[in-house]
Write a protein that binds this ligand. Structure first.
Ligand SMILES: CC(C)(COP(=O)(O)OP(=O)(O)OC[C@H]1O[C@@H](n2cnc3c(N)ncnc32)[C@H](O)[C@@H]1OP(=O)(O)O)[C@@H](O)C(=O)NCCC(=O)NCCS
Length: 157
Protein backbone atom coordinates (compact mmCIF):
# COMPACT_ATOMS: atom_id res chain seq x y z
CA UNK A 1 0.00 0.00 0.00
CA UNK A 2 1.33 3.44 -0.91
CA UNK A 3 0.63 6.04 1.75
CA UNK A 4 0.33 9.64 0.55
CA UNK A 5 1.40 12.10 3.21
CA UNK A 6 -0.35 15.44 3.38
CA UNK A 7 2.01 18.40 3.49
CA UNK A 8 0.76 21.75 4.68
CA UNK A 9 2.65 25.03 4.22
CA UNK A 10 2.30 27.47 7.11
CA UNK A 11 4.25 30.28 8.79
CA UNK A 12 7.48 29.25 10.48
CA UNK A 13 8.06 29.73 14.19
CA UNK A 14 11.23 29.59 16.24
CA UNK A 15 10.56 25.97 17.24
CA UNK A 16 10.55 25.06 13.54
CA UNK A 17 13.94 26.65 13.00
CA UNK A 18 15.36 24.74 15.97
CA UNK A 19 13.94 21.52 14.50
CA UNK A 20 15.44 22.26 11.08
CA UNK A 21 18.81 23.00 12.68
CA UNK A 22 18.69 19.71 14.58
CA UNK A 23 18.18 17.90 11.25
CA UNK A 24 20.40 20.26 9.28
CA UNK A 25 22.22 17.54 7.32
CA UNK A 26 18.92 16.24 5.90
CA UNK A 27 18.39 19.58 4.16
CA UNK A 28 21.96 20.64 3.35
CA UNK A 29 24.06 17.47 3.40
CA UNK A 30 27.73 18.13 4.12
CA UNK A 31 27.42 21.90 3.80
CA UNK A 32 27.23 23.68 7.15
CA UNK A 33 24.82 26.58 6.70
CA UNK A 34 23.62 26.68 10.30
CA UNK A 35 25.02 30.18 10.86
CA UNK A 36 22.77 31.52 8.07
CA UNK A 37 19.63 30.43 9.97
CA UNK A 38 19.37 33.71 11.82
CA UNK A 39 16.63 33.72 14.47
CA UNK A 40 16.13 37.45 13.86
CA UNK A 41 14.92 36.74 10.32
CA UNK A 42 12.19 34.42 11.59
CA UNK A 43 11.34 36.73 14.49
CA UNK A 44 11.09 39.85 12.31
CA UNK A 45 9.87 38.44 8.96
CA UNK A 46 7.52 35.70 10.18
CA UNK A 47 4.99 36.39 7.42
CA UNK A 48 7.51 35.39 4.73
CA UNK A 49 9.22 32.50 6.55
CA UNK A 50 7.36 29.27 5.80
CA UNK A 51 7.56 25.57 6.60
CA UNK A 52 6.01 22.54 4.90
CA UNK A 53 4.74 20.23 7.64
CA UNK A 54 3.71 16.59 7.42
CA UNK A 55 2.94 13.89 9.97
CA UNK A 56 6.60 12.94 10.16
CA UNK A 57 7.99 16.44 10.56
CA UNK A 58 9.18 19.35 8.46
CA UNK A 59 9.61 18.45 4.79
CA UNK A 60 10.91 21.83 3.65
CA UNK A 61 11.18 25.50 4.48
CA UNK A 62 11.89 28.93 3.11
CA UNK A 63 13.33 31.90 4.98
CA UNK A 64 12.80 35.17 3.15
CA UNK A 65 11.65 38.76 3.38
CA UNK A 66 10.52 41.72 1.26
CA UNK A 67 12.94 44.60 0.78
CA UNK A 68 11.81 48.26 0.89
CA UNK A 69 12.14 48.39 -2.92
CA UNK A 70 9.72 45.51 -3.52
CA UNK A 71 12.01 42.51 -3.91
CA UNK A 72 10.94 39.24 -2.33
CA UNK A 73 14.34 37.91 -1.31
CA UNK A 74 14.75 34.21 -0.58
CA UNK A 75 17.57 33.83 1.90
CA UNK A 76 17.28 30.03 2.30
CA UNK A 77 15.11 27.35 0.72
CA UNK A 78 15.52 23.63 1.24
CA UNK A 79 13.52 20.43 1.10
CA UNK A 80 14.31 17.34 3.19
CA UNK A 81 16.31 14.61 1.45
CA UNK A 82 13.29 12.28 1.27
CA UNK A 83 10.94 14.98 -0.06
CA UNK A 84 12.96 16.10 -3.09
CA UNK A 85 11.71 15.81 -6.62
CA UNK A 86 8.07 15.82 -5.52
CA UNK A 87 7.30 19.45 -6.44
CA UNK A 88 7.64 20.67 -2.85
CA UNK A 89 10.36 23.20 -3.67
CA UNK A 90 8.09 24.68 -6.33
CA UNK A 91 5.15 24.76 -3.87
CA UNK A 92 7.28 26.51 -1.26
CA UNK A 93 8.34 29.13 -3.81
CA UNK A 94 4.71 29.65 -4.86
CA UNK A 95 3.67 30.11 -1.21
CA UNK A 96 6.56 32.50 -0.60
CA UNK A 97 5.68 34.45 -3.77
CA UNK A 98 2.07 34.83 -2.56
CA UNK A 99 3.18 36.01 0.86
CA UNK A 100 5.81 38.36 -0.58
CA UNK A 101 3.31 39.79 -3.09
CA UNK A 102 0.85 40.49 -0.26
CA UNK A 103 3.64 42.49 1.39
CA UNK A 104 4.40 44.57 -1.69
CA UNK A 105 6.90 42.47 -3.66
CA UNK A 106 7.00 42.95 -7.43
CA UNK A 107 9.84 40.53 -8.14
CA UNK A 108 11.81 37.66 -6.58
CA UNK A 109 15.53 37.32 -6.00
CA UNK A 110 17.84 34.69 -4.54
CA UNK A 111 21.53 33.84 -4.62
CA UNK A 112 23.60 30.69 -4.53
CA UNK A 113 27.22 29.61 -4.77
CA UNK A 114 28.73 28.90 -8.20
CA UNK A 115 29.05 25.20 -7.37
CA UNK A 116 25.42 24.65 -6.37
CA UNK A 117 24.38 23.23 -9.72
CA UNK A 118 21.19 21.72 -8.23
CA UNK A 119 20.02 25.12 -7.03
CA UNK A 120 20.88 26.72 -10.38
CA UNK A 121 18.90 24.07 -12.29
CA UNK A 122 15.98 24.34 -9.84
CA UNK A 123 15.77 28.15 -10.09
CA UNK A 124 16.05 28.11 -13.89
CA UNK A 125 13.23 25.55 -14.01
CA UNK A 126 11.13 27.95 -11.93
CA UNK A 127 11.67 30.72 -14.49
CA UNK A 128 14.49 32.65 -12.84
CA UNK A 129 17.33 34.07 -14.86
CA UNK A 130 20.76 33.32 -13.43
CA UNK A 131 23.76 35.64 -13.63
CA UNK A 132 27.20 35.30 -12.10
CA UNK A 133 28.02 38.49 -10.19
CA UNK A 134 31.72 38.99 -9.47
CA UNK A 135 32.66 40.10 -5.94
CA UNK A 136 29.04 39.73 -4.73
CA UNK A 137 30.22 38.31 -1.39
CA UNK A 138 33.46 40.31 -1.29
CA UNK A 139 36.71 40.36 -3.29
CA UNK A 140 36.96 37.32 -5.61
CA UNK A 141 33.78 35.85 -4.15
CA UNK A 142 31.36 35.58 -7.02
CA UNK A 143 27.80 34.35 -6.51
CA UNK A 144 25.03 33.32 -8.87
CA UNK A 145 22.15 35.79 -8.60
CA UNK A 146 18.61 34.77 -9.62
CA UNK A 147 15.82 37.15 -10.66
CA UNK A 148 12.29 36.71 -11.82
CA UNK A 149 9.22 38.92 -11.99
CA UNK A 150 5.98 38.28 -10.13
CA UNK A 151 3.34 36.92 -10.40
CA UNK A 152 4.61 33.39 -9.89
CA UNK A 153 2.45 30.78 -11.58
CA UNK A 154 3.25 27.49 -9.82
CA UNK A 155 1.93 25.48 -12.76
CA UNK A 156 4.32 27.08 -15.27
CA UNK A 157 8.09 26.57 -15.53
C1 LIG B 1 16.98 22.87 -4.55
C2 LIG B 1 15.84 22.17 -3.80
C3 LIG B 1 15.19 23.17 -2.82
C4 LIG B 1 14.79 21.71 -4.83
O1 LIG B 1 13.67 21.17 -4.10
P1 LIG B 1 12.71 20.04 -4.72
O2 LIG B 1 11.60 19.87 -3.76
O3 LIG B 1 13.50 18.84 -5.10
O4 LIG B 1 12.21 20.76 -6.06
P2 LIG B 1 10.92 20.40 -6.94
O5 LIG B 1 10.65 18.93 -6.85
O6 LIG B 1 9.81 21.31 -6.59
O7 LIG B 1 11.46 20.73 -8.39
C5 LIG B 1 10.98 21.82 -9.18
C6 LIG B 1 11.60 21.72 -10.56
O8 LIG B 1 13.03 21.92 -10.47
C7 LIG B 1 13.71 20.80 -11.01
N1 LIG B 1 14.86 20.49 -10.15
C8 LIG B 1 14.87 20.47 -8.80
N2 LIG B 1 16.11 20.12 -8.36
C9 LIG B 1 16.84 19.90 -9.48
C10 LIG B 1 18.18 19.48 -9.69
N3 LIG B 1 19.02 19.22 -8.66
N4 LIG B 1 18.63 19.36 -10.97
C11 LIG B 1 17.80 19.61 -12.01
N5 LIG B 1 16.51 20.01 -11.88
C12 LIG B 1 16.04 20.14 -10.61
C13 LIG B 1 12.72 19.65 -10.94
O9 LIG B 1 13.00 18.66 -11.93
C14 LIG B 1 11.40 20.33 -11.17
O10 LIG B 1 11.16 20.51 -12.53
P3 LIG B 1 9.67 20.26 -13.11
O11 LIG B 1 8.73 21.08 -12.24
O12 LIG B 1 9.73 20.74 -14.49
O13 LIG B 1 9.41 18.80 -12.97
C15 LIG B 1 16.35 20.89 -3.04
O14 LIG B 1 17.06 20.08 -3.93
C16 LIG B 1 17.25 21.21 -1.85
O15 LIG B 1 16.77 21.41 -0.74
N6 LIG B 1 18.58 21.26 -2.05
C17 LIG B 1 19.53 21.47 -0.94
C18 LIG B 1 19.44 22.88 -0.41
C19 LIG B 1 19.77 23.91 -1.50
O16 LIG B 1 20.77 23.82 -2.20
N7 LIG B 1 18.87 24.94 -1.60
C20 LIG B 1 19.00 26.01 -2.58
C21 LIG B 1 19.92 27.06 -2.04
S1 LIG B 1 19.78 28.58 -2.94
Amino acid sequence: MIRVMHTQITSAGMADIHQVLADHHRYWGERDLRSLHLPALVQEFGETCLVARAEDGIHGYVIGFVTPTGTGYVHLIATRDDARGTGLGRRLYAAFADAAHRHGALRLKAITSLGNTGSIAFHRRLGFDAKTVDDYNGPDQAMVVFHRALPFDATQP
